[in-house]
Design a protein around this ligand. Structure first.
Ligand code: HEM
Length: 429
């Protein structure tokens, strides 16, 4: 990791510190760091205290180049999300490997394509079309509840959090009564650094953090064990039935893999979609001209959806590790090196996006990397876009005006983050 083709590539310590500081993702300082890195050191090495050193990949082209070379850059060999040394050590003691779960994200070939194929068809637009009417019903009821608030609400609390959760639980086959439990577990898993959602409000020691994560995984495991037993006895037309009965090489998946599969499907789809949905409303509430433009041109709604996903980029990073010595962008990357793919930076890359900080529903093309790229490209991207499109098709025609009604607050997390409070005022048509 010390040898580079182009001299010392360490990034300044103050910038490296923001990359591992959950608060910097909540107060937007992270975007200043990304901007500096793209301009001055687009593929540099961060050496923040308590973390193994890692390459920081901030350019769109480099993120794509690494993501498409899945043999050369693995997911499973090191932690797939940023993890400090103490936590990694604890995780290794618990599981014998660098990650707590083994979902699609923590797999490489040959397992990854086999496991992904089990549900790929389910997530394709041709199959999702079957659920469109039901998603629209959920969207309509959600919109009505918001309008009934009478002119003001917290869009995150009242709309964005519950809606995608409800959709994915319905598709998965989890009863509505269990949704609050799923929501809490997801927030603990994805945003564990945020004091509002973490199990413990004390400063998180490595012991506390890994104990907390273990408890979350155990909760998920116990819950989905029952679902599996049920769906093997009584198959239904839901995704849980597909996962429960899926076979790899003639046998059911090992239990740990199966729990991980349920977990990724149950968790990956709602905080991410809810942050992107809130992002769209935030942008429209701040820009009356953009709001008027989309209202007058509903055919812009799919563009609004894509732009909100780019603009918010709720998944801030995934990590990869090099399986061999290689060269990229004039840097020498050594076998075993760890790399952080900064999607939110790639999505503000001035070389790819004109006026990248502006929110433009008519942005075309919009080749963002918010869903990643390559073999691990988000499995749920069509579902996320379908849910968001339908919600805005139901909501926007009902609104006459929209504005912010207080300060927007973001979650403190360096993996998945987005608005946690979005107070808005609105008038109804
Ligand atoms: C993977 C983002 C919604 C399920 C990913 C990845 C990203 C991402 C960045 C990693 C891609 C890579 O490594 O190249 C998002 C965003 C969403 C969203 C921004 C919403 C706007 C969903 C939904 C689901 C879902 C609704 C459905 C349940 C998955 C799964 C993977 C994944 C299963 C792992 C795929 C693999 O490793 O093969 N997502 N996601 N996501 N996402 Fe999403």
């Amino acid at each position: 990791m010390d040898t580079t083709a182009a001299g010392n590539l360490d990034i300044p310590a103050d910038i490296a510190a923001t990359l591992v500081d959950p608060v910097a993702y909540a107060d937007h300082r992270i975007h200043d760091s990304y901007r500096w890195l793209r301009a001055n050191n687009p593929l540099g090495i961060a050496r923040p205290e308590r973390f193994d050193p890692f390459w920081v990949v901030t350019k769109h082209a480099h993120i794509q180049a690494i993501s498409r070379q899945n043999e050369l850059f693995h997911n499973a060999d090191r932690p797939t999300t940023l993890t400090n040394q103490a936590v990694e050590e604890r995780v290794r003691k618990i599981t014998g490997g660098p990650n707590l779960v083994r979902s699609l994200v923590q797999m490489d070939a040959p397992d990854h394509p086999k496991y992904r194929a089990l549900t790929q068809g389910w997530f394709m637009p041709a199959n999702l079309g079957k659920f469109e009417a039901r998603v629209r019903e959920i969207a309509r009821a959600t919109v009505q509840r918001m309008l009934d608030k009478g002119g003001a609400c917290d869009f995150v609390e009242d709309v964005a959090l519950g809606y995608p959760l409800h959709v994915i639980m319905e598709i998965l086959g989890v009863p509505e009564a269990d949704e609050p439990r799923m929501l809490k577990l997801t927030q603990e898993l994805f945003g564990p650094q945020d004091p509002d959602t973490a199990r413990s409000r004390e400063s998180l020691s490595a012991e506390l953090f890994s104990a907390m994560m273990q408890a979350v995984v155990a909760d998920f495991s116990a819950y989905f064990r029952k679902i599996t037993e049920d769906r093997r006895r009584n198959p239904r037309d839901d995704l849980a039935t597909v996962i429960a009965n899926a076979k790899i090489g003639g046998d059911y998946m090992p239990e740990h893999d199966q729990t991980s599969y349920y977990m990724i499907v149950a968790t990956a789809g709602h905080d991410t979609t809810s942050s992107s949905t809130a992002g769209a409303i935030w942008a429209l509430a701040e820009d009356p001209a953009e709001f008027a433009k989309v209202k007058a041109n509903p055919e812009l709604i799919p563009g609004l959806v894509d732009e909100a996903i780019r603009w918010m980029t709720p998944v801030k990073h995934f990590m990869r590790s090099a399986t061999a010595d290689t060269e990229l962008g004039g840097r020498r990357i050594a076998k075993g090196d760890w790399l952080m793919l900064c999607y939110a930076s790639g999505n503000r890359d001035e070389e790819v996006f004109e006026d990248p900080y502006r929110f433009r529903s008519d942005r075309k093309p919009n080749r963002h990397v918010a869903f990643g790229y390559g073999a691990h490209l988000c499995l749920g991207q069509y579902l996320a876009k379908l849910e968001m499109r339908i919600l805005f098709e139901e909501l926007l025609p009902r609104l006459k005006s929209l504005s912010l009604d207080g300060e927007v607050k973001m979650t403190q997390a360096y993996f998945v983050n987005g608005p946690k409070k979005l107070p808005i005022r609105f008038e109804v048509n």
